[in-house]
Design a protein around this ligand. Structure first.
Ligand code: ADP
Length: 459
């Protein structure tokens, strides 16, 4: 990075300096041209009005003070003017050069050209009936000398700028790479499972932002680790209880109740119930990983939701017969929807299971499936009259492994995964869903299914 920065700085400095040089030198030359042309025309005009040689020479002398040397040359190339004072005439060009430069110029016109470090002005003027030439020389030597000094300064300034830029970029890149090294070392510790690391770097805003992001990633990973640990503890605890029960009752059958059919049946029923509970737990754990892994695989098809719902309710029939549960249904006939049948089955099964688990003394679950004519929606509501869910917990229940704390001692064991499965599946379908609940009054879980006409082809 440092190398690129320096290369860029060198390029920029050279470019700026060259541009500066070109602009300054061309401006200076243009100004010199304007000046010599103005002076030349002034002096030339003296020849068109009655003036004597001394007056013209005096005028030429004035311009000599400004560095412009005037001469009036005869056709043979001799100096006619100025007179009355000594001049050194080293700068005078060959007359042939002047004549060739003036070639093609209109009568009364002038030329300016560069020759031997000088700008030369030339014009034909009438003098005592002869063909004469007024010439002016403006030496560019001083200007070129100044330009040389300026180039030297530019080079010195350029070097200083590059040195300063190099120093600044070196220290900046050093700080940046130190910061990055720090971050990567912390990340290595983090990857080895040290969740107490802190990604700290406030030197650069971008690095500080990156550190913040990494810190929040660390928090999330830590949270999920804690969750995993908690669920493992929960699941193993929940698995242990039915296993202990199964073992205890099996021993009891062998040792005590084997010959007593009534007792034996009772004990066998406990074993069957506990085995069911185990199956439920294992299914929940399996389902959540399955649902999460094939997130996008939704096999949409049109099916009869009414019949499908009745089918699931029938699976809970044993609860009505053996444990006195009541299912109050209000279901419209022949409602069709388009969804993934198997996954929706899982959703309804989970919601019904929860309603059964958490319903109150009345052991009643209310199920309604109604078509909303205006919106072309079918609303499924599963309601229980149980203890309900507190407002601040209502949003949390959809999260993985979330279980309302005091429910740990409830008779039906759960993993806290059921509603998370429901959420993932319904979100993948883009269906609206939710839960309304009031503590002590029960809860209603609802889903909006799209209503489709029966005759729509399956795609
Ligand atoms: P669990 O296996 O614990 O039932 P869920 O994901 O199905 O897990 O539910 C998460 C939590 O939401 C439950 O532990 C329970 O506290 C609460 N919950 C779910 N359904 C109901 C309900 N119908 N009434 C009261 N609380 C409920």
């Amino acid at each position: 990075m440092l190398r690129y920065f320096l290369l860029f700085a060198i390029l920029l400095t050279v470019l700026l300096e060259v541009t500066f040089y070109i602009v300054v030198s061309s401006t200076a030359e243009a100004q010199a041209r304007v000046r010599i042309s103005h002076a030349g025309n002034e002096v030339a005009s003296l020849f068109y009005s009655p003036n004597n040689d001394f007056k013209i020479s005096a005028e030429m002398r004035e311009y000599r003070k400004e560095g412009i040397n005037f001469y009036l040359l005869s056709e043979e190339g001799n100096i006619i003017l100025p007179i009355g004072y000594e001049v050194d005439n080293d700068d005078i060009s060959d007359l042939s050069v002047i004549i060739s430069e003036l070639d093609g110029v209109d009568e009364g016109g002038s030329v300016i050209f560069a020759e031997n470090d000088s700008l030369v002005y030339a014009k034909r003027v009438p003098y005592a009936g002869q063909n004469t030439y007024i010439t002016a020389y403006y030496s560019m030597r001083i200007l070129k000398g100044s330009m040389r000094v300026m180039v030297l300064y530019l080079v010195i300034i350029g070097v200083i700028v590059l040195l300063v830029a190099g120093l600044i970029s070196f220290s900046a890149s050093q700080k940046l790479s130190d910061g990055l090294k720090n971050l990567s070392m912390t990340a290595v510790r983090f990857s080895k499972g040290d969740f107490d690391v802190n990604f700290a770097n406030a030197e650069y805003q971008e690095l500080a932002d990156l550190s913040d992001t990494l810190n929040s990633v660390r928090d999330e990973v830590k949270k999920s680790e804690d969750f995993q640990r908690e669920i493992l503890a929960n699941v193993s605890h929940d698995l242990k209880t039915p296993l202990t029960m199964i073992k205890a009752y099996a021993s009891m059958i062998r040792e005590i109740s084997g010959d007593n059919p009534e007792k034996r049946d009772k004990h066998l029923q406990v074993i069957i119930d506990e085995a069911d509970r185990l199956t439920g737990l294992v299914n929940d754990v399996l389902n959540v990983s399955k649902v999460t892994s094939n997130m996008d695989e939704i096999n949409f098809k049109v099916f009869n939701l009414t019949e499908f719902l009745y089918g699931i309710i029938n699976k809970f029939e044993y609860l009505q017969e053996t444990q006195g549960y009541t299912f109050m249904v209000d279901i419209d006939a022949n409602l069709y929807t388009r969804a993934d049948e198997e996954k929706i089955g899982q959703v309804i099964y989970n919601l019904l299971g929860n309603a059964v688990n958490y319903t109150g003394e009345d052991k009643t679950v209310y199920i309604s499936l109604k078509k909303d004519l205006q919106e072309d929606r079918i609303k499924l509501k599963i309601r229980d009259m149980g203890k309900g869910i507190a407002k601040d917990e209502l949003a949390e229940i959809w999260n993985r492994y979330y279980r309302v704390k005091e429910n740990h001692s409830r008779p039906v064991k759960g993993t806290g995964l059921g509603l998370n499965i429901v959420k993932i599946i319904l979100k993948n379908h883009s269906f609206d869903f939710g839960a309304d609940s009031e503590l002590g009054k029960g809860s209603t879980f609802w889903i909006d299914f799209p209503a489709v006409p029966e005759e729509i082809e399956n795609v």
